[in-house]
Ligand binder design. Structure first.
Ligand code: ATP
Length: 373
């Protein structure tokens, strides 16, 4: 029985990066032997075990063969006679297909180290075609390592294009796509993820609404600014959809099965973007501003409103960004209306709602006129 450190840990160690998770491969063992050594089995699809003390993952060496479309339909073969090289062969990229023995010896049958030095993301074998998720993973590694000068090599880009052309990407389930998008949004250079997906044609399948050049460049510019502002996942996702028509963008966010907070912030961004663009810069309409604040449900969801303002500040073009101040001011003065005081004055039910609204409107108008004078 031999144990090897594999995948990301070996890659990151060679790159001089901090190693986060360590994954291990065990060659020459049976599940029974692992259980006898105190490991616990996790998951039922693959023979993966948790170390009794470190809780790190130890997988028995395995081979995989594709029988269906998308991620489904893999048949897994795991037995003590599966070699380390066979296990490494099923991996996505050469830089992820290296192993280090407990004695410190590097196994690198696919020249991953050479590709690390050349800064190339290269598929290990034609088996790459068997799982379209690898396209998204490759784009994500491109986004992560872009600052180090990594690029998808020409052969891998060609292979990814052929996979897209063969319709493989259409078979991916939304949950797995979203998981990759969500991770990619927090990589070192998230824009690169979408650029790579666009270059190989996968973006036109996954988020076709971003295909027009104007929408794509608006998405990338906004995303880069939100990234620089250290925005949340919801803010990053909303910036991506900022230039889309609200119904189409909302439907896409739903189809991607983005979490509710991401869907809602994206929807508000798509509603607010044209509304802000249409505001008169010299004389914004108080009624319109109040309606927007109500639409955003400012008084019940103040944190989400703050997120929305950040997304808009990052995505609107400079001329329209100035108008955001009017909205921000309106939010500030309208929030000084205290419903309790109005209740003490005897307003109740629908009348209370009307009185709050009238008072908020009056304060926004007042603030706007003092701004003008
Ligand atoms: P990260 O730093 O994001 O954790 P990682 O390389 O450790 O990067 P994991 O998703 O933890 O990525 O996967 C561990 C290893 O398993 C990878 O390095 C790769 O060798 C292999 N792997 C994971 N998913 C796939 C896949 N879909 N196809 C082929 N190999 C994969």
């Amino acid at each position: 029985m031999q144990t090897y450190l594999v995948g990301g840990a070996v890659r990151d160690e060679l790159l001089g990066l901090k190693v986060k998770d360590r994954d291990w491969v065990v060659v020459g063992a049976t599940p029974e032997q692992m259980l006898a050594r105190g490991f616990t089995q996790v998951g039922s699809d693959f023979p993966v075990f948790l170390h009794p003390k470190t809780h790190e993952e130890y997988a028995l060496a395995r081979t995989e063969r594709k029988q269906g479309h998308g991620y489904h339909g893999f048949s897994v073969y795991s037995a003590p006679d599966v070699t380390l090289e066979e296990d490494l062969l099923r991996r996505d990229l050469t830089i992820n297909a290296m192993a280090r023995s407990e004695q410190g010896e590097l196994s690198d049958p696919f020249d991953g180290r050479k590709d690390l030095e050349a800064r190339e993301l290269r598929h290990v074998s034609m088996a790459f075609k068997e799982d379209p998720l690898r396209i998204l993973r490759t784009a994500r590694f491109a986004a992560r390592f872009q600052p180090l000068g990594f690029r998808v090599c020409a052969e891998t880009m060609e292979l990814m294009r052929s996979m897209v052309a063969e319709g493989e990407v259409e078979h991916l389930v939304p949950e797995r796509v979203w998981q990759e998008i969500q991770r990619a949004l927090h990589e070192n250079n998230p824009a690169t993820f979408f650029q790579v997906l666009r270059d190989c044609g996968a973006l036109a399948v996954l988020i076709p609404e971003l295909s027009p050049e104007a929408h794509f460049s608006a998405a990338i510019a906004g995303l880069q600014r939100v990234h620089a502002s250290n925005g949340s996942t919801a803010e990053r996702f909303a910036s991506l959809l900022c230039a889309l028509d609200e119904p189409a963008g909302t439907a896409r966010a739903k189809a991607l099965k983005a979490p509710n907070d991401c869907q809602q912030l994206a929807r508000l961004t798509m509603i607010f973007t044209p509304a802000i663009q249409q505001l008169d810069p010299l004389q914004p309409d108080a009624g319109v501003l109040l309606k927007l604040l109500e639409k955003a449900d400012l008084w019940r969801r103040p944190e989400r409103f703050a997120q929305l303002l950040n997304v808009l500040a990052c995505t609107l073009e400079p001329a329209n960004r100035a108008k955001l101040e009017a909205l921000q001011n309106a939010a500030k003065v309208a929030s000084t209306v205290d419903p309790k005081i109005l209740m003490e004055q005897g307003f109740l039910g629908k009348e209370l709602g009307d009185a709050i609204r009238t008072e908020r409107l009056a304060r926004i108008n007042q603030a706007l006129s003092s701004l003008l004078s």
